[in-house]
Design a protein around this ligand. Sequence first.
Ligand code: HSE
Length: 437
Amino acid sequence: MITTGVAVIGFGTVGAGVVRLLLEDGARLAEATGCRLVLKYVCDIDLKRKRSVAVPPELLTDNVERVLADKGVGVAVETVGGTTFAVDLMKRLLAARKDVVTANKAALAKCGAALFAAARAAGRSISFEASVAAGIPIIRAIRDGLLANRISAITGILNGTCNYILTQMSCTGALYEDALAEAQAKGYAEADPALDVGGEDARHKLAILAGLGFGANINLEDVYVEGIAGLQPADIAYGAQVGYVLKLLAIGRCAGGAMSLRVHPTFVPAGSPLATVSGVNNAVLVTGHAVGDTFYVGPGAGEMPTASSIVADLVDAAMGRARVTFESIAWLAGRARALSVLPMSDIRTRYYLRFDVLDKPGVLGSIAGALGRHDISVASVLQHEPARPDSVPLVITTHRAREGNVAHALDEIRRLPIVNGPAVRIRMLAGNGEGEE
Ligand code: HSE
């Protein structure tokens, strides 16, 4: 039996889940894996707050130096979060010759290369299964299970809060604000929910998945981001009428030495696997040249799903497997591929466009003409009998078009006297890879 001392640093929601699993399932885990994880410290600056799990008082400390100095701690869990103290702490833990397990996607997306270098320098490992899609073992799937593949596409629903909000808006007609308040009450949202609804959280996760899947160091600035705040129920309803469901997608593509990386609201075909993923669940569609399409779905946020991935990483680290993996995966070992990033204006995808127009002869022709002049082909048109002749919603979906051309066409259309204000533009997905570049 391998026995390893474990410290959990950061006793918040996720830290408490890890502690609960270690205390309540430790014996079963030891039996199942041959590895006994001995919880030695639960460290937090605030030890007074009520937690969901009771911890023997002798394990509690507010002094992280005790953890750093204790040679009996082989693996430390970082569940502090943030990119300042937590990054410094992880480097210090590695230098103190402890393997690190983290769920900190912001730290990995912003400082991953430096953290991996610190781990290599110390001869230790960083494991981060819980950083993306919480309970879904997507890091293992891409890193180990799909190792034989050249990965060309990663398409994910990577933020549970946004998926919860969009599901509530689609299914119950809930207002955006009410659905967000519910997600916060259930503990899905980040401390600052702007990270969720602004798309930043999904952006961090896409940077990690694309880094691992495409083997390149991702500069976060190269990942385009657009969040869900401001989406209108009317567009969700019109999208449904033409057979689409609205999701916040994280999309990574890699072909011919170039990547495209983006997070934005996206209409997906109603029958497709991604469309069926509801509530706080996450899902990832990964395409490899040998395997084809693979699809992973499960809880993407919350205390116990995140703890589930962290404890799996703890076992890997304690068994010494994490260090072997760390040395053998080129991206983690410091041998990243040099790939370029396609500018957003050059991506080609499908578009949902909603114009507020006057109900007059020639309106449809003027708009279709402007789209045609910019090489944009119309796929469908939806207009209902007008309630008011000065304000009629006209919904157009397009075939695949260049983003830069769509921007120019919308600019031209906005200046037409028959149009009230700017159009709503939401990108569409025709399928994984199909209709996308
Ligand atoms: N706030 C995140 C989400 C959970 O809603 O998906 C942790 O990543």
